[in-house]
Design a protein around this ligand. Structure first.
Ligand SMILES: Nc1ncnc2c1ncn2[C@@H]1O[C@H](COP(=O)(O)OP(=O)(O)OP(=O)(O)O)[C@@H](O)[C@H]1O
Length: 296
């Protein structure tokens, strides 16, 4: 289990991260989201000792990262894949890392297979595409078979097959009982992958909740209605203080009333409805509501 307590990082006058606290539990995939510059990477870097916090701390199974006896077995991190030594082959990169941490070369080869890099393992990393570098970074994060994974935008640069692959990989790793934190800007992808979401804005935690809670609290329900008399219906809806947006095909997007209320209103006015459905609230809507006004 990982506990982040009051993590704060100042760069001069910039408060990159301000009093951030959360917990990562075993078996749970946590999405880590927020506008550009919200402080996600800085938080992850502090969690694994790459940046020193101005105040606050992160405990991994009760200890700071620097005091772990076998850090790669406790936490695997995928951070800046551009920083991987460009002159080495993918296989050498993994084998050297494995040797440094007392892990056998066979594990490195197993991981090359797992991340789909066997065919390019002897090529120099400098010639890898971004997606290939991400796969290599993920293999490095998994080297020690860690109990927790901190992944900074792992889907960045992956092709559609790669995105589906990483989704099922993360699900499998969580089912085995690992705690996972994954940052991303792909809301549609996160909606299919994560159990919980931690939302940062300007260095602060704006929300930390299950996906369902977050969506039900922050996304507005919209009713999609198509009728033979859109002008009349719109007038009646506005009289009841509902907000109405007209689509090019004449249909209405109604907020502030349920689909049942729209149907009853139309029925009493003798207006025929062709369609009247509640559009499921999306994670993207909830995210936009939460982060509005929280860009740097
Ligand atoms: N080394 C640094 N020196 C000065 N400021 C920094 C440094 N690293 C990060 N920052 C600032 O800290 C803030 C948070 O940056 P960070 O990279 O953690 O955000 P992020 O949420 O990961 O952003 P993105 O989604 O764009 O990757 C930003 O204002 C950034 O400019």
């Amino acid at each position: 289990m990982i506990e982040v307590h009051g993590l704060t990082k100042k760069y001069g006058a910039v408060r990159a991260v301000h009093d951030v606290s959360f917990r990562l539990e075993a078996g749970v995939i946590n999405g880590f989201v927020g506008p550009n510059g919200a402080g996600k990477s800085t938080t992850i870097r502090m969690m694994v000792g790459l940046d020193r916090p101005t105040s606050g701390h992160c405990l991994i199974d009760g200890r700071p990262y620097a005091r772990l006896a076998a850090p790669l077995r406790a936490v695997g991190a995928l951070l800046d894949v551009e920083a991987i030594h460009p002159g080495r082959s993918g296989r050498d990169h993994l084998r050297i890392l494995a040797r440094t941490h007392g892990i056998g070369a066979r594990r490195a080869d197993e991981l090359l297979e797992m991340v789909g890099l066997v065919g390019s393992a002897s090529r120099r990393v400098g010639g890898y595409s971004l997606g290939m570098r991400q796969r290599l970074g993920l293999a490095a994060a998994l080297l020690g078979d860690p109990a927790a994974l901190l992944l900074d935008e792992p889907a960045n640069g992956l092709d559609p097959d790669g995105i589906i692959w990483i989704r099922s990989l993360l699900r499998g790793l969580a089912r085995e009982g690992r705690a996972i934190l994954v940052s991303s800007h792909l809301m549609g992808e996160l909606a299919q992958t994560v159990d919980r979401l931690i939302v940062l804005g300007r260095g602060r935690v704006l929300a930390d909740a299950s996906l369902a809670e977050l969506v039900s609290r922050n996304a507005t329900r919209v009713v999609h209605t198509r009728t033979e008399q859109p002008d009349r219906l719109e007038l009646l809806l506005r009289e009841r203080e509902a907000a109405v947006a007209r689509r090019p095909d004449g249909s209405c997007e109604v907020t502030g009333m349920t689909a049942d209320e729209v149907a009853v209103l139309a029925h009493h006015a003798g207006i025929l409805l062709y369609e009247n459905t509640t559009v499921p609230a999306s994670l993207e809507d909830a995210y936009l509501t939460l982060t509005r006004g929280n860009n740097r």
